[in-house]
Design a protein. Structure first.
Length: 208
């Protein structure tokens, strides 16, 4: 079974290319195709030599999340059900306002906390959501916002399913994708991470 190339961190992609005799600058080219251009097959990476594209094709695949369902409220809010690659689901919300458009995204399938005010807290935690899956939620909501409201999202809140600080590494990695100029190029000042209060990880986040 081939590995989804989008699971690789940038440093892992660099190491892979170096170990196979490819120049490091190729990693930036591939990164842009995957996160900025969102291509679906290696043949679309037109600035890569055919030999490298063929090697990538034989060893990797390119997979993205898909929207299973979406529900439009009277106030313009749109709730999404995302189909994860392993058959699980998570939710996201597009919240249009006068001066901003916010994407509310999930960091876990289910949750290990049991907050009485939260419906997700009544579910068992199935798994953490991977960094590229978090990014895809934002990317898909952004596409929907531009299609429906003719403007991109301006803000992101990690307030969907799950506790972000229990899925720390994937959350941080997803923020790097979102803020990278070769990704969505969104300012970190426009990202809010909501937590039930995991004190140890709050301190780590502050240091980061």
């Amino acid at each position: 079974m081939k590995t989804n190339i989008r699971q690789l961190k940038f440093s892992e992609l660099q190491s892979f290319l170096k170990n196979h005799g490819e120049p490091i600058f190729r990693s930036k080219q591939i990164y842009r195709w995957l996160w900025k251009e969102k291509i679906t097959c290696f043949n679309e990476m037109t600035n890569l030599p055919e030999k490298l594209r063929d090697y990538l094709r034989k060893n990797f695949e390119i997979d993205y999340l898909k929207i299973k369902n979406k529900y439009l409220s009277e106030d313009g809010t749109i709730k999404f059900l995302f189909n994860l690659l392993d058959g699980n689901y998570c939710e996201g919300v597009l919240i249009p306002e006068k001066n901003r458009v916010t994407a509310c995204i999930s960091s876990q399938v289910g949750c290990s906390f049991s907050c009485k005010f939260c419906a997700t807290g009544q579910m068992k935690r199935i798994r953490n959501i991977m960094s590229y899956e978090i990014f895809d939620q934002v990317s898909l909501i952004n596409d929907e916002s531009q299609n429906i409201y003719k403007k991109p999202i301006t803000n992101i809140v990690y307030m969907g399913m799950g506790e972000p600080l229990v899925n720390y590494q994937n959350v941080i990695e997803s923020i790097k994708y979102i803020t990278n100029k070769e990704g969505l190029n969104l300012s970190s000042k426009r990202i809010t991470l909501s937590t039930v209060g995991v004190s140890k990880m709050i301190k780590k986040l502050a240091d980061e």
